[in-house]
Design a protein around this ligand. Structure first.
Ligand SMILES: *[C@@H]1O[C@H](CO)[C@@H](O)[C@H](O)[C@H]1NC(C)=O
Length: 341
């Protein structure tokens, strides 16, 4: 068996990165420069409290399994931004292999304004209950709940992006949405049957079911969110989400991972973002990862949520038609290019 194939098989089956050096090997992205119309500005995490809305803050997680997706996501944001130099990326990792990941991301994007944060997996480990898909139970999936604690006080607003998406529009348009009185903005999907996101045990308990009383809750996807961190801190939303996770441990009120706590706290109280900003579900369902089509309407962001990931399907030579839209943002350098043969 050729060694690169062997490596791929390992990657797919174990998910662990025995070939870490190869995994962190990406082509270097070019320097992206601001357009003339961009305000000249800098941001330092040290000069704390002042809020500068012309700097766009984006948070993403980094881990070895999704690194290729994160790199493609960052690349896509920079490629379509009018003012790429005014974007600051905040990357969250867990302690293990964070040095390698940092090296991978800085060597791929040498000009990127980025900050790294360590997320203590022990913060959530005891609060996670197993869901229908093991990938959803990774502690790093829950890091989005702790953004207000992780990021410096000077970051007032944050865009959170999952690592399996690409942006094909100027991210400034998403950044500049009006959140109104809301803490969180995201596209809402009111046609989805909201009942199905919680168990019978939840709906049959009047105390729990009262959570949505007087509200019109709709499903939203937590892979794309605009969050006012100042309001989040004031309202102690991290604690609210954690409380639901504790309740889940005892009562099993839902089957998914980090999504339901967000629905419990925010559904019915979300600033509506245009659907174009999260064309989600391209990874298929949670069990089989079948090919999906786009939803109707314009597209600013493509999101491979669900089980199937474009880089795995492309490598296994079984891509879905829409994976071809992801491929141009793939900076991964296949190990075979370096092998002796
Ligand atoms: C929504 O799902 C619940 C539970 O599966 C079901 O009982 C209900 O009939 C569904 N509602 C609609 C409008 O489809």
């Amino acid at each position: 068996m050729p060694s690169e194939f062997h490596c791929l098989v390992l990657l797919l089956t174990v998910g662990a990165c025995i070939c870490a050096a190869e995994v962190s090997s990406f082509r270097e992205a070019p320097a992206f420069r601001n357009g003339r119309e961009c305000p000249e500005t800098t941001w330092s995490s040290v000069d704390g409290k002042s809020y500068n809305p012309s700097i766009i803050h984006i948070a993403m997680t980094l881990d070895t399994v999704y690194l290729r997706g994160s790199v493609a996501g960052v690349f896509s944001v920079l490629l379509h931004a009018t003012c790429p130099e005014n974007i600051v990326f905040h990357f969250i990792t867990t302690q293990r292999s964070s040095a390698e990941l940092a090296r991978a991301i800085t060597s791929t994007f040498p000009y990127l304004n980025l900050h790294l944060y360590h997320f203590d997996a022990n913060l959530v480990r005891g609060k996670i209950s197993s869901s229908i898909r093991r990938a959803l139970d990774q502690p790093l999936n829950y890091a989005r709940i702790y953004l207000a604690d992780l990021l410096p006080a000077g970051v007032r607003r944050i865009i959170y992006f999952d690592s399996d998406l690409i942006v094909v529009d100027d991210v400034a348009k998403l950044w500049n949405i009006n959140l109104g009185s809301h803490v969180l903005g995201a596209p809402e999907y009111c046609h989805a049957n909201f009942t199905t996101y919680f168990t019978h045990k939840f709906w049959s308990n009047p105390l729990f079911a009262a959570t949505f009383k007087g509200k019109e809750p709709c499903y939203f996807n937590t892979g794309v969110m605009v969050i006012d961190l100042w309001k989040w801190r004031q309202g102690r939303y991290t604690e609210k989400l954690e409380n639901w996770m504790r309740i889940q441990k005892r009562h099993r009120i839902y089957e998914l991972g980090s999504l339901p706590p967000f629905l419990l706290v925010f559904a019915g109280n979300v600033e509506r973002v245009e659907h174009r900003w999260n064309q989600h579900g391209l990874g298929g369902d949670n069990l089989e990862g079948l090919c999906r089509d786009l939803h109707l309407g314009p597209v600013s962001l493509l999101h491979w949520s669900g089980k199937g990931k474009p880089w795995l399907r492309i490598d296994s030579k079984k891509p879905c038609p829409l994976d071809a839209l992801w491929a141009p943002y793939d900076l991964f350098r296949h190990p075979s290019l370096f092998s002796d043969s």
